[in-house]
Design a protein around this ligand. Structure first.
Ligand code: GDP
Ligand code: IMO
Ligand code: MG
Length: 441
């Protein structure tokens, strides 16, 4: 059986923690998109692990798979694996031969293009990891795949074709100086060595075959989405998006597992009880613009530790946006919801929710398809009475009914509006700090 975990907002909803919780009953955890732009936090034995590439299950002895839909920077991959080994773990990570490799020139181009776009406010505030340029090369059919690193002749051919093009962009289009990231010999040496290590450690697989064989043999599989629905390349707030599909369809195309199989399993939407955003672009329910809102944003940011896992950037903060969640529920077909960070809002007198928008004088319940129009939406708020701080360990232990009544009212509103049951409520960063109503496996 499969359980697909999907971010329902703008990333950082606490997906890593829920993967860790449900992944306990899983044998394999599979990432299906994105790369080291993700930052998933797992707290285990009071140790905090921040994973950007290695699937969250790998720290608990599960097989971690990076599917064909991922973009893999081998430098990050091996740094992360080596780091986990130094901390006494033995992660078993497999990489799809069809996944694309992030090369140093992708990171360089990511930075160059973001800077160029900034003049017209089109920069997405990327993580600078080369994600967009790597997916561009994949679609442009000039990418280098993990399987290509295993064959030195193929790798050299690919580099000889693509590197002069990238050099021309850096030198002739942007009139900048090219460095080591565009030196074919240096790239060949480093990346054929990665290929050798991938082969030696028997890490590469045919992901579709590997995962479907394991499902047929009765294994439980978690598909771990990175990022979130509103930064999906197709369904998000283009162009302030990432370059892949975090929505549930990505779990099929990004692994080679059929929609009929993924659809027979559960698809759990991960919801943060408010909004956080590390990138640029509009955000209708953002808390900003006046002193009271800024103070509230500051409070939530500090209580929730809302600073980027990868970049350390302070995150923008806003109230929960229901049109965004209706859009996410439709796009991925959530069978259940996990609502995190309910503890963070404790202590506020009242908690607001953007229930709908007003656009051109009309009430609308879902996100318009263009980001410019989304920026014109005025939220219509519903106000809930706040809840006081509680002993959250005890609450998680006792379960859903121990959650403060006002918070339950808030949760039930979300569940009713989305017509989707709540499976789990996060009341703290540890997996024990989760009230579990439903275990999908
Ligand atoms: P992801 O990218 O979706 O996996 O989320 P991140 O790890 O980037 O960000 C979520 C942050 O919130 C991490 O520091 C988590 O440890 C923490 N977290 C997750 N769930 C909860 C929760 O219910 N309450 C609190 N206070 N923190 C949480
Ligand atoms: P997790 O998996 C939040 C955002 C970036 C930027 C846009 C494009 O931890 O939820 P990219 O580097 O992907 O080209 O950046 O997407 N972004 C994220 N925001 N959480 C993430 O991952 C993100 N990954 C990318 O801030 O706006
Ligand atoms: Mg994150």
């Amino acid at each position: 059986m499969t359980v697909t975990i999907v971010g329902s907002q703008l990333g950082d909803e606490g997906k890593g923690g829920i993967v860790d919780l449900y992944g306990d009953a899983a044998d394999i955890v599979v990432r299906y998109q994105g790369g080291d732009n993700a930052g998933h936090t797992v707290v285990y034995d009071d140790e905090k692990y921040k994973l950007s590439l290695v699937p969250s299950g790998a720290i608990r002895g599960k097989v971690g798979v990076l599917g064909n839909g991922c973009v893999v920077n081998p430098r990050t991959l091996f740094d992360e694996i080596d780091d986990l080994r130094e901390r006494g773990l033995d992660p078993d990570v497999r990489v799809a031969e069809r996944a694309h490799a992030i090369l140093p020139y992708h990171r360089r181009l990511d930075g160059i293009e973001e800077e160029a776009k900034a003049d017209s406010d089109l920069d997405a505030g990327t993580t600078g990891r080369g994600i967009g340029p790597t997916y561009e090369d994949k679609v442009g059919r000039r990418g280098i795949r993990i399987g290509d690193l295993l064959d030195p002749d193929v790798l050299r051919d690919r580099l000889e074709y693509v590197v002069p093009q990238k050099r021309a962009i850096v030198e002739d289009v942007y009139e900048l100086e090219a460095g080591e990231e565009l030196d074919i010999d240096a790239l060949f040496e480093e990346f054929s060595e990665f290929g050798r290590r991938l082969r030696e450690e028997e890490m590469t697989i045919n992901a579709g075959e590997f995962v479907s064989d394991r499902i047929a043999a009765g294994d439980n599989v978690v598909f771990e989405g990175a990022q979130g629905t509103s930064i999906d390349i197709d369904h998000g707030i283009y162009p302030y998006v990432t370059s892949s599909n975090p929505t549930a369809g990505g779990a099929c195309t990004g692994t080679g597992i059929a929609p009929t199989t993924v659809g027979q399993g559960e698809i759990v939407g991960i919801v943060k009880a408010y909004l956080s955003r590390v990138g640029t672009g509009p955000l209708p329910t953002e808390l900003e613009g006046d002193e009271e809102s800024e103070d509230l944003a500051h409070y939530i940011r500090e209580e929730g530790g809302e600073y980027g896992t990868v970049t350390g950037r302070p995150r923008r903060v806003g109230w929960l946006d229901m049109p965004m969640l209706r859009h996410a529920t439709r796009a991925s077909g959530f069978t259940g919801l996990a609502v995190n960070h309910v503890d963070v809002l404790a202590g506020l007198d009242e908690v607001k929710v953007g229930h709908s928008y007003t656009l051109d004088g009309e009430e609308t319940f879902t996100m318009p398809p263009t980001t410019e129009r989304w920026g014109e939406c005025e939220p219509n708020y519903r106000t809930f009475d706040g809840w006081t701080d509680a002993n959250w360990d005890l609450v998680a232990d006792e379960g859903y009914d121990a959650i403060p009544a006002n918070a339950r009212e808030y949760l039930e509103y979300v569940s009713d509006e989305l017509d989707t049951p709540i499976y789990a409520v996060g009341v703290g960063p540890n997996r024990e700090q989760t009230a579990v109503l439903e275990h999908p496996f």
